[in-house]
Design a protein around this ligand. Sequence first.
Ligand code: ADP
Ligand code: MG
Length: 349
Amino acid sequence: MYRLSKRNSASFLKSRIFIYGIFFVAAAATLLLLFFRNRPLEYYDRTEYYLGTYVTVRVASSKVSPTILAEAAMKEIERIDEKFGSRSRGIVAEINANGEASGLDRETVFLIKSALDIARNTNGAFDPTLYSLTKLWGFDDVASEKQIPLDVEITAALENSGYSKIVLNETESHVRLMEGVMLDLGGIAKGYAVDMAIARIKALDPEATGFIDAGGDIGVIGPKYGNRPWIIGVRNPRGESVQDIVEYIYLYDGAIATSGDYERFFVVDGIRYHHILDSKTGLPSRSGVISSTVISKSTMLADAYATAAFVIGKEPGITFMPRYGALVLLIMEDMSRYRSPGFEVYQQK
Ligand code: ADP
Ligand code: MG
């Protein structure tokens, strides 16, 4: 019979421990590798106040530090805020102060042209010249006194508004405002800023994913974890809290924006006066719409068409919008809904 000597059995045990040890280390390494390879990317959030609202960047990347990506996005949004965000500084202030400007850079020409195109496409429902009226109602600033203006004041302000009173000469890079008219890119700048910030992120990592939310104007950087949709909730316009969601939308790319009469308003004698104005009457629009959401390929278009759809209202008013790449969801006063054909595609999981 074969018998292990004492010495032999000890070295046998030692070599077994050694082999088990190697197995253990290899298994642990494999598990660790699998864990890190399949571990979902971690999203980094950053929120700052620009363009009169809180802007949140949520981004993840396997190549570039997400803090660097978020920083690049915020820098871009700050730049656009400085340039276009307010009537009191930047290029918009300059144009308004002089009534004209020449030697405009390409970006400024693009933004004014986009605003004028949307104004034409919506027959003035979106109008980038309503600043005098906005100021009159006190919607220019949270601190401004909210009040119902006198009829004569509204009539005078209407005379000094209207997108057809802006003359843009693209080839000469020149813009001229007719007497008394003021340019206001506030209804389009936020969406544009989101688009540009996403472009900055994509330039650093084309595969980065996440989204940017500027006060409800949301642009998708890329699908969640690379393959899942971002779920966007539309608020109950008469809900008590932001958690009160009435519609869900699933977005892999593109953009979405919501305009509502609950964002900035005041109530006098039971009547709600809100910040989205009708360029025809100079009053807060009364289309029966209380919330308007637009899905589009760019945040700039979603932002502007949401405002326009809010003013225009229900069928047949907005059936033309999909032609311009804007799918609409309207919530009416009685909480009934209207959807552009195709909108429902984005509401299926
Ligand atoms: P919302 O979140 O409802 O889109 P924004 O803050 O984006 O609101 O837009 C507000 C800006 O839109 C203000 O600068 C206001 O002067 C301007 N505005 C109000 N009514 C209109 C309109 N009919 N067309 C374009 N801009 C408008
Ligand atoms: Mg808007």
